[in-house]
Ligand binder design. Structure first.
Ligand SMILES: Nc1ncnc2c1ncn2[C@@H]1O[C@H](COP(=O)(O)OP(=O)(O)OP(=O)(O)O)[C@@H](O)[C@H]1O
Ligand SMILES: [Mg+2]
Length: 263
C-alpha cells in the first residue's frame, strides 16, 4: 500500500536518536539510521550490541522511550513519555507493521499449517485480501524462492533452508514496502545457508528495500549499499561496505572484523 509520500526520495524508514531501555538497562542510546527506498542496509555488531532491538523497535514490535520513527515521511505518533511511551494510534501501528515484513532466524512458521497456508495466512486474515488472489501470489512467491513444489507439505517435512525460503515467501506475500531480516542464515548449515543467501541477493538486485541484521560479513559486503556497525547501543561507524570492511577506522570495528571475518 503506497501512501502519497512514498516517492523515491523519502526513506521507507527513518529513525532519529532512538533510545530504548529494558528496565534499568539502556540498550539503544541514541541511534539514527535510514532505510532508503530500494537500498539494502546491513546492521552488524557483537552479540548484545542492540541489533535485534533496533529492528524490533523499527517494526514497532518493541516500545522505545525517546526519539522518532518515521515511516514514508509519516512520524509515529506517541502518547506518554519515557518508560510509559506507547504508540498513540493503533491503526497507524497496524498499517505500518503490515508494510514491514520480518524474517526471523528461527523461521517462525506455523507447524500445523502447510507451506501454502503459512504464506497466505497474514494477507488473508490480517489484511483481509481476496483469498484466490492471495493464493496466486503465494504460489508465485514460493516459485520465486525455489520451493513451488512444497505448497502442500508441512514445515517439519522441509530442510532449514527450505523453511527459511518459505518464511521469505511469506514476508513477500505481504507485499511490504521493506523487508527486515534478523540473522536469516544463522540457524542454517553452510550449504543451506547458501540457498537462502542466493534468494536474499536476488531480492537485493530487484531493488527491494531491506534492513538485514547479520553475522555474515561476506553477505553484508556483497549485497549492502550501506553498513551500520552497532556497538553497545550506539553507532560506532557506518558507511559503504567497501570502506567499512576495506578500511575500518575505529579500533572497535577493526577488532570486531578481525574476530568475525572468515579467512
Ligand atoms: N526482552 C528483553 N528483556 C530484557 N533485556 C533484553 C531483552 N531483549 C534484549 N535484551 C538485552 O538487550 C541487549 C541487546 O539485545 P539484542 O537482542 O538487541 O542484541 P543483538 O545485537 O541482537 O545480539 P545477538 O547478536 O546476540 O542477536 C542485550 O543486553 C540483551 O540481553
Ligand atoms: Mg539479535
Amino acid at each position: 500500500m503506497l501512501t502519497k509520500d512514498s516517492n523515491s526520495a523519502t526513506p521507507v524508514i527513518e529513525i532519529r536518536d532512538l533510545h530504548k531501555s529494558y528496565g534499568d538497562l539502556e540498550v539503544l542510546k541514541g541511534v539514527s539510521m535510514i532505510a532508503p527506498r530500494g537500498h539494502v542496509t546491513s546492521l552488524i555488531g557483537s552479540s548484545g550490541s542492540g541489533k535485534s532491538t533496533l529492528l524490533r523497535c523499527a517494526n514497532l514490535l518493541e516500545d522505545s522511550q525517546q526519539g522518532e520513527i518515521i515511516f514514508n515521511g509519516e512520524p509515529i505518533l506517541w502518547k506518554g513519555a519515557g518508560l510509559d511511551r506507547r504508540p498513540a494510534d493503533r491503526k497507524q501501528v497496524t498499517r505500518i507493521r503490515t508494510n514491514l515484513s520480518m524474517v526471523f532466524q528461527q523461521f517462525n512458521l506455523w507447524a500445523h499449517m502447510t507451506i501454502l497456508q503459512n504464506v497466505m495466512e497474514a494477507p488473508v486474515t490480517v489484511m483481509g485480501r481476496d483469498k484466490a488472489e492471495v493464493e496466486e501470489k503465494a504460489r508465485m512467491y514460493l516459485d520465486k524462492v525455489g520451493i513451488g513444489d512444497k505448497c502442500d507439505v508441512y514445515p517439519a517435512q522441509m530442510s532449514g533452508g527450505q523453511q527459511q525460503r518459505a518464511a521469505i515467501a511469506r514476508a513477500l506475500c505481504m507485499e511490504p514496502q521493506a523487508l527486515l531480516f534478523d540473522e536469516p542464515t544463522s540457524a542454517l548449515d553452510p550449504e543451506l545457508e547458501q540457498e537462502v543467501i542466493k534468494v536474499i541477493k536476488a531480492l537485493a538486485e530487484e531493488g527491494r528495500t531491506m534492513i538485514i541484521v547479520t553475522h555474515d560479513m561476506r553477505m553484508a559486503a556483497d549485497i549492502s549499499d550501506h553498513v551500520v556497525f552497532l556497538h553497545k547501543g550506539l553507532i560506532e561507524e557506518e558507511g559503504h561496505p567497501s570502506d567499512l570492511f576495506g578500511n575500518p577506522k575505529s579500533e572497535r570495528l577493526k577488532q570486531f572484523l578481525s574476530a568475525t571475518v572468515p579467512a
